[in-house]
Each structure stands twice: as structure tokens, then as C-alpha cells.
Write a protein that binds this ligand. Structure first.
Ligand code: MD3
Ligand code: FE
Length: 220
């Protein structure tokens, strides 16, 4: 079972409510073994790697992708690419168990018919973090983003549309799914440095699957 709540509890009237963010606690737990086994096949073909930002910084989060496109960064910039730059091969296809989980979560959150064309897979070891940023490399901001947290817990930072806006903190644990859409789609967000720990399935590791529609519908 899972509980569904708005990220900003309506009873906490002192906090600015940002609509469009829904936490589905533990929704991925019932499929955890199938998800981790699919993940293993993906990372055999497209191993995790630390990419470099356009500014020349090596990211503390290691990444890979599956689906028709993958998010990449290097000295040239951030973009979506159909091929893994390390292998020159297309990214591994998105497993059905991934896409159906993302579609089901989006549906529960009020975004029916979500069909992701990319899944970015982030791997955090203790100390890894993601600084406050917006996701702006996609063509269609009307589609939501679905994020699945696995392994070690992490504190998620959720701000507003300006970098200077108040930042809420939300603890995300193994199996939690968050759906971001509508007015939340372009909100600033990040992950605090992951604390050391030991997860029964993933050890000292946090993994996040982020499902997006990178390219939007083809206009004929
Ligand atoms: C809120 N990843 O890869 S996923 C990212 O846990 C990223 O690895 C984080 O931010 C992670 O870009 C958080 C949750 C997420 C993703 C996109 C969002 C939250 C979002 C876009 C808008 C608002
Ligand atoms: Fe992001």
C-alpha cells in the first residue's frame, strides 16, 4: 500500500503551496526486484559514468540512461542524445516494467497518458549531491516528470520558479515515486549530499530513475 499526499500539506498553511507535485510513498516497492534486475541489464550495456558539466566540473552523481534518448553533459553543453557517447551505440531500450510504472504513477497523480521517451538513471554514493537547478533541456514542458527513489534515503530540495525562492525539504526513501507537473515542472530542485548508510538491497547507494518526455510529439 502507499499513501498519496501533496508535497506541501494543505494543513501547513504557513508554507507556500506549489501545485503539481505529488508524492506516492512506496509505490515502487512491490516491483523492487524486477526493477533492480532490469537496471542490471541496462548498466551492463551502458555503465554508470561521471559526466562533466559545460563549466568543467565532474559531477558527483554517476549517470546512465535508457530509452530513445539519454541526457548527457560535456564541455559542449547539456542535451538529449539518441546514442551513448561512451559506446557510440543507442541507449538500451526502456524496459516495459519501467515505462508502465512511470505511466501508472503519472496517471495516479492526474497526468493520464504519460509516455516517457527517456529515463535518466542517477547513482549516488555517500556525499554525492545535485545542486539546485531547473530541468529545461526538454522540448515539451506540458509533460510531467516521474522520479523513482531506490536504496539509501535522501533529502530532496524543492524550491520555486526563482532560485531565491524558499526551499522545502522532503525525505525520499526506497520505493517513493514523485510526479512533478503543471506549475511544479520548472521549479528549482536538488538533492542534499547523501548520508552514509546501508540499504538491504543496494548497500551504500541511492539510485533515482527520472522519466521524462524529452522530445515531445513529432509534428508532421
Ligand atoms: C522537480 N534528479 O536528474 S528527481 C535530475 O533524485 C534530478 O536524482 C534528482 O533532479 C534525483 O534532474 C531529483 C526529481 C525531480 C526531477 C525533475 C524535477 C524533481 C523535479 C523537475 C521539476 C521539479
Ligand atoms: Fe532535475
Amino acid at each position: 500500500m502507499y499513501s498519496q499526499l501533496s508535497l506541501f500539506e494543505p494543513d501547513r498553511a504557513d508554507e507556500l503551496c506549489v501545485a503539481g507535485a505529488v508524492v506516492l510513498r512506496g509505490l515502487a516497492r512491490s516491483n523492487e526486484f524486477a526493477i533492480l534486475s532490469a537496471l542490471q541489464s541496462i548498466t551492463q550495456a551502458a555503465p554508470f559514468r561521471h559526466m562533466v558539466t559545460p563549466g568543467g566540473y565532474r559531477m558527483s552523481v554517476a549517470m546512465t540512461n535508457c530509452g530513445s534518448f539519454g541526457w548527457v553533459t560535456d564541455h559542449k553543453g547539456y542535451r538529449y542524445d539518441a546514442k551513448d557517447p561512451d559506446s557510440g551505440q543507442p541507449w538500451p531500450p526502456m524496459p516495459k516494467i519501467f515505462s508502465s510504472l512511470a505511466t501508472a504513477a503519472a496517471d495516479k497523480a492526474g497526468f493520464p497518458g504519460f509516455k516517457p521517451d527517456t529515463c535518466l538513471i542517477n547513482l549516488y554514493k555517500p556525499g554525492a549531491k545535485l545542486s539546485l537547478h531547473q530541468d529545461k533541456d526538454e522540448l515539451d514542458f506540458s509533460a510531467p516528470i516521474v522520479s523513482v527513489s531506490l536504496g539509501l534515503q535522501a533529502t530532496f530540495l524543492f524550491g520555486g520558479l526563482r532560485r531565491s525562492d524558499f526551499v522545502h525539504k522532503v525525505l525520499l526513501t526506497h520505493g517513493d515515486i514523485v510526479v512533478w507537473g503543471g506549475p511544479a515542472r520548472l521549479a528549482y530542485h536538488g538533492i542534499m549530499p547523501v548520508k552514509n548508510g546501508e540499504h538491504p538491497l543496494l548497500g551504500a547507494t541511492r539510485i533515482n530513475l527520472t522519466f521524462r518526455k524529452a522530445k515531445g510529439e513529432t509534428i508532421v
